[in-house]
Design a protein around this ligand. Structure first.
Ligand SMILES: *[C@@H]1O[C@H](CO)[C@@H](O)[C@H](O)[C@H]1NC(C)=O
Length: 521
């Protein structure tokens, strides 16, 4: 525990109370997406792929249906950064031509082998890089920049037959948990346009939730897949690090820890699509995850915690979230025969300290104050913040906030780094041993539901629930568990490294229990 961190936490709690009336005023505006997606867009990518293979629908019809839906919802969401609709329709027609020919020649099996996503459209978080499309990642100084190459995970999904439609919005260089930047503006949550879809994969979360995308290639360095999945009521899986290639990601840091913390991974509306996408995106590393080995839920051991700790200095977890964790536990026990274990993991109470201390010990973290004309000297944080508030700034407020934390390490003395590094490895060892190859931990994804735009400055401590698992290198899935007053409620399922299949199997069970994704309307 760090006194500075806790004091800051108390100050934030007080600010949350004082500023609550402002947010109540905004709460009166509850506009959401009005029209539900057509029935075709309620199906999984797995079902889409089967339908295209069987000739029940053409790839062109499918791609067109998604493009139409994106065009319908994007004026309200502002999720799309750059698109290739025309090229995608050409790709789809080519798939249809090849399928027709293969059917005629009895060579269908040959054509679809190794292409489980043949003819199925997908969308890409801008930072994951799609060749020919924008690659500025919300950064004014990169305006107009296009990706020259596909990110490696994107390439693998294309190789599996997927057809990319667009790249979607993120915060500036993915540094933040709200999807807003000076280049493309703010992305809205489809369940309440006044709220954030979360971030940094917020564009993907908003599109999936609206039925405007079937599956996404996204990335997670501190909750960037799981937070938007939770805020938008869809599934998102942060894989075990080192399995899915991260080449081509913007930004990529040279620090050796970076590939442990950052993972590229899938987001989807339907749980069954996660293992499919994981298998595709893992490429040659696929065998490490044993994705095809069936999971016996009745021999699963289920640990659960409804919050990290009871501390005055931390925002408490909303009751609707802890209630969902308890109902999930009950469901797994009574309906699936899993064994419920009561052991708790006390070291998680220092998640903020562990995460911040480990994360900011990385070298070459993007410095939002760097002056391109004078690399030796930083610009003044005060001047940049003022410009940002008054207009005319060149850096987003979140980016500057990130640099502020990076510069002062959230008041954690550098001398305490070893202490937190030791605590992190102790926690990693304990969790790895306890969860083993048949245990999961149910935990919140965030302390609350999707908040109003700009709420991140008051509520960012909620990422302690996701970020610590980037630091520890554990796989974790955000699972939607229904709506509370019209907003998605989600829980997190965590397993030991390389046991991703346990997270994915539990996600599928909980989808049955709670109904999974429910489109907004
Ligand atoms: C699943 O686990 C239960 C409890 O351990 C066991 O009784 C059952 O035989 C297992 N089923 C399979 C298919 O292995």
């Amino acid at each position: 525990m760090e006194v500075g961190v806790r004091l800051l936490g108390v100050v934030l709690r007080i600010l949350n109370l004082l500023l609550a009336p402002l947010f109540w005023l905004r709460a009166r505006d509850r506009r959401a997406l009005q029209r539900a997606p057509q029935p075709l867009l309620l199906r999984s990518a797995t079902e889409h792929a089967a339908a295209v293979r069987k000739g029940e629908i053409t790839s062109e019809e499918l791609v067109k249906a998604y493009i139409d839906r994106v065009k319908e919802v994007n004026p309200l969401l502002n999720a799309v950064v750059d698109e290739r609709y025309r090229a995608a329709l050409e790709d789809a027609k080519e798939v249809d031509r090849r399928l027709a020919e293969a059917r005629k020649n009895g060579k269908l099996d040959e054509l679809v082998a190794g292409k489980p996503l043949l003819g199925v459209p997908f969308t890409v978080k801008e930072s994951c890089s799609l060749a020919g499309l924008s690659n500025a990642v919300g950064c004014l100084e990169y305006a107009g920049r296009k990706a020259t190459k596909d990110g490696e995970a994107v390439r693998l999904v294309k190789e599996a037959g997927g057809i990319p439609l667009l790249v979607s919005n993120t915060p500036e260089l993915c540094l933040g948990w709200e999807t807003t930047n000076l280049l493309k503006g703010t992305t809205n949550n489809p369940y309440c346009l006044n709220r954030t879809p979360g971030g940094s994969s917020g564009g993907e979360g908003a599109l999936l939730a609206s039925g405007a995308s079937a599956v996404s290639v996204a990335s997670d360095i501190a909750g960037s897949i799981r937070v938007p999945a939770a805020f938008c009521g869809v599934f998102g899986h942060k894989p075990t690090p080192g399995i899915i290639p991260i080449e081509g990601h913007i930004p990529t840091l040279s620090d050796p820890q970076f590939p442990c913390f950052l993972t590229v991974g899938p987001m989807a509306r339907k749980a069954e699509d996660l293992p499919l996408l994981m298998g595709v995106m893992a490429g040659d590393n696929r065998p490490a995850l044993n994705l095809d080995q069936p999971v016996n839920i009745s021999s699963l051991r289920v640990y659960y915690m409804t919050e990290a700790t009871k501390s005055l200095a931390l925002l408490s977890v909303d009751k609707c979230i802890s209630d969902k964790i308890k109902s999930a536990v009950k469901y797994l026990e009574t309906e699936c025969g899993s064994t419920i274990c009561e052991e708790k993991f006390k070291d998680l109470e220092d998640s903020v300290e562990i995460s911040v201390s480990e994360f900011f010990s990385m070298k070459d973290i993007p410095n939002m104050l760097q002056d391109p004309t004078n690399p030796k000297r930083d610009k003044s944080l005060f001047v940049e913040l003022s410009k940002c508030v008054l207009g005319g700034g060149t850096r987003s407020l979140q980016g500057l906030g990130f640099t502020l934390i990076s510069k002062n390490n959230l008041f954690i003395p550098v001398t305490r780094r070893d202490h937190y590094a030791t605590q992190a490895s102790r926690l990693k060892e304990l969790l790895t041993k306890t969860l083993g190859d048949n245990g999961v931990l149910l935990y919140p994804v965030f302390n609350g539901l999707a908040h109003y735009h700009s709420g991140v400055f008051l509520r960012a401590s909620g990422v302690m629930y996701t970020m610590v698992f980037n630091i520890l290198g554990f796989p974790a899935t955000a699972v939607p568990c229904g709506l509370h007053r019209g907003l998605p409620v989600a829980i997190q399922v965590i397993a030991a490294p390389n046991q991703d299949r346990l997270c994915l199997a539990v996600a599928q069970q909980l989808e049955v229990a709670f109904g999974g994704w429910r489109p907004p309307h």
